[in-house]
Design a protein around this ligand. Structure first.
Ligand SMILES: Nc1ncnc2c1ncn2[C@@H]1O[C@H](COP(=O)(O)OP(=O)(O)OP(=O)(O)O)[C@@H](O)[C@H]1O
Ligand SMILES: Cc1ncc(CO)c(N)n1
Length: 271
């Protein structure tokens, strides 16, 4: 029997399969990691938008985490859509109870179409309950603006926002550049409280970007599960997401999903 690294996603379901736990599990599988999931909410969703959201009870979230922790355990985990302050409190309680350290927090707030995936009043819980437990937090620019209450326009702003976010408690902060409209590069910056690391790839002109953030944070989590250090995990995930966006697939009438198996086309298979 073979030993395999394990990764857990605590996130919402996207019925369309492009984002949320579906994107995470596909990514874990592609990166040769055994994937497990704790559902926080079911969304009725497709490439056109989110038509409905049905949150789980905090008790259901706790029970799913207990089932995993008391049997398989996990080498790393990520959080995605958490929806409410009550669910965030349940997840934070369990991360503390099981002393999980490789925790990637993707602070998902709104879907591409603007639908709410995190209640406004839950932002403080995310900041106060969850970020202090995070190994890495991965906001896009609008999420970083909400978390820091500052406007982010320039590279200097991004660095200042990294510093402000780092003071909330995560060991590492990664601000993603997917939303940097004016730039022909997609530039992400990583900060550990001392040093800045930059990750760049050519911006690909496409509307098929549904689930990019989920896929990216899942790839980072998979690499951490296999034992990579944070900068190496981000670097590998950046290659994975660039290939997935470049080879985006034509599915649905709106923002199509990324291509989770594209890294194989590039001969870039990780193990
Ligand atoms: N058009 C693009 N071309 C190349 N890379 C991109 C593009 N859009 C996003 N990326 C990269 O994809 C990763 C995810 O970033 P992004 O900012 O899109 O996340 P997100 O906004 O959280 O995604 P989502 O909308 O799924 O929540 C980052 O590494 C980012 O630089
Ligand atoms: C369930 C879910 N999680 C995250 C996102 C963000 O892409 C989404 N659209 N749906």
């Amino acid at each position: 029997m073979k030993n395999v690294s394990k990764a857990l996603t605590i996130a919402g379901s996207d019925s369309g399969g492009g984002a949320g736990i579906q994107a995470d599990l596909k990514t874990f599988q592609e990166l040769n990691v055994y994937g497990m999931s704790v559902l926080t909410a079911v969304t009725a969703q497709n490439t056109l938008g989110v038509q409905a959201v049905y949150p789980m009870t905090p008790e259901a979230v706790r029970r799913q985490i207990d089932s995993i922790a008391q049997d398989m355990g996990t080498d790393a985990l990520k959080t995605g859509m958490l929806f409410s302050a009550e669910i965030i409190a349940a997840v934070a309680e369990k991360i503390r109870q099981y002393q999980w350290e490789k925790v990637v927090v993707d602070p998902v707030m709104v879907a591409k179409g603007g639908e709410t995936l995190l209640e406004r009043e839950a932002v403080d819980s995310l900041k106060n309950d969850l970020l202090p437990l995070a190994c890495l937090v991965t906001p896009n620019i609008p999420e970083a603006e909400v978390l820091t209450e500052m406007s982010i326009q320039t590279m200097e702003d991004k660095k200042a926002a990294c510093q402000k976010l780092h003071r909330l408690g995560p060991k590492w902060v990664l601000i993603k550049g997917g939303h940097d409209r004016g730039d022909d590069q997609a530039t992400d910056i990583l900060f550990d409280g001392k040093e800045f690391f930059t990750f760049q790839s050519k911006r690909i002109p496409t509307k098929n970007t549904h689930g990019t953030g989920c896929t990216f944070s899942a790839a980072i989590t998979a690499e951490l599960a296999k034992g990579a250090e944070v900068p190496d995990a981000v670097s590998a995930a950046k290659k994975f997401i660039a290939a997935a966006i470049e080879n985006g697939i034509k599915i649905g009438k709106g923002h199509g999903p990324t291509n989770h198996w594209a890294h194989r086309l590039k001969g870039d298979e990780s193990n």
